[in-house]
Design a protein around this ligand. Structure first.
Ligand SMILES: [Mn+2]
Length: 334
């Protein structure tokens, strides 16, 4: 049996400014905490390989200090003996920043379409993959795949960072467009397909092999507010007919609650600050709050919601964001 830990979309560096004028809670450390948690559990659970499906960082231009913080973390776990394989995502512009820390022999990063070989307990495992293709992946996929190694008797795994036919986010299913991989073109000799990019965890199938999205390790937007976050542990077993995914387990990570507060009944009252504060007292103290309007066409004075005032109302343990609906209201008044 070969045990894999699969995570993706860690978006490290998100909401982690280096110098800030105002001291307030940032969400950045939550992403590091969950990433570390996955790596820690992979070690404790004796995974043979850790695979990261991309969007390691939250964007392509990253301050050096954050690059070092991320790579130091990877280096630390690679040094504990488990190979870590990473496919660069779209947020990295398909290339990870260079660093001496990436030279650890247990760190593998796809620089192009290529295949990495591992021998584990006498079994040959080939992990093939390619950095995110931003445009027209559907037209390119067959050619890319042809450049990858695949041998029937080995455990063959394909890793990517793409939308695939049938993958879903809230209210949308990706299908048959130029930037979506054709699920029927995935080589049936792969025993397992792993992908990053879609932040909702899900398993697709084309009748050939499981196609797994682990989703993001924390919520990057309110679109993901109702989705559990975590990663997968996958046990591959060699049967007479070949390798099979014998056990696929989603392991949930702690996430902070995301909550919407509607201001319609509050915003025009003289004591709106107190009313909002009362609403916040009903929430978990680490909530991430979005302020919203239900009635977007009403005449409300949203200019009251200055950062200065909100900072006083919100406890330091919370984060808040303003919904676009508030700005829509404001515009209508002008
Ligand atoms: Mn992502």
């Amino acid at each position: 049996m070969i045990k894999l830990t699969f995570l993706s979309d860690t978006h490290l560096g998100f909401d982690l400014p280096l110098r800030t004028r105002v001291q307030k809670r940032r969400r950045g450390e939550d992403f590091f905490t969950n990433t570390r948690q996955v790596l820690e559990q992979a070690i404790a659970g004796k995974s043979d390989l850790i695979i990261h499906g991309g969007d390691l960082f939250f964007r392509s231009k990253i301050p050096a200090q954050i690059i070092d913080k991320v790579y130091t973390l990877l280096f630390e776990y690679a040094d504990r003996g488990i190979p870590i394989i990473i496919v660069p995502g779209n947020h990295e512009r398909s290339v990870l920043p260079q660093s001496i820390l990436l030279n650890h022999p247990n760190l593998y990063v796809f620089q192009q379409a290529e295949s990495f070989e591992f021998i584990i307990r006498g079994e040959k495992i080939i992990i093939s993959g390619f950095p995110n293709i931003r445009h027209e992946v559907r037209a390119k996929f067959v050619d890319i795949q042809a450049g990858l190694q695949i041998k029937k008797q080995n455990l063959n795994i394909l890793v990517m960072h793409q939308a695939i036919d049938g993958s879903q986010i809230v209210g949308y299913t990706f299908r048959a467009t130029p930037d979506v991989v054709n699920i029927h073109e995935i080589d049936n000799r792969y025993d397992l397909v792993l992908s990053g990019h879609i932040h909702r965890r899900q398993i697709l199938t084309n009748g050939m092999q499981p196609i797994i999205y682990s989703g993001s390790v924390e919520r990057t937007s309110f679109q993901e507010m109702s989705e559990p976050k975590g990663y997968y542990e996958i046990e591959m077993v060699k049967k007479n007919t070949g390798w099979r995914a014998d056990k696929i387990t989603f392991l949930e990570l702690n996430t902070r609650p995301m909550v919407d507060i509607y201001l319609d009944e509050i915003i025009d009252k003289i004591n709106w600050q107190m009313l909002l504060s009362d609403e916040l007292k009903k929430l978990a103290e680490d909530s991430i709050v979005r302020l919203k309007m239900q009635n977007k066409t009403g005449k409300f004075d949203c200019s009251r919601l200055t950062a200065e005032k909100l900072r006083v109302i919100f406890p330091d343990t919370m984060n808040y964001t303003l919904s676009r609906s508030l700005f829509a209201v404001k515009q209508e008044q002008e």
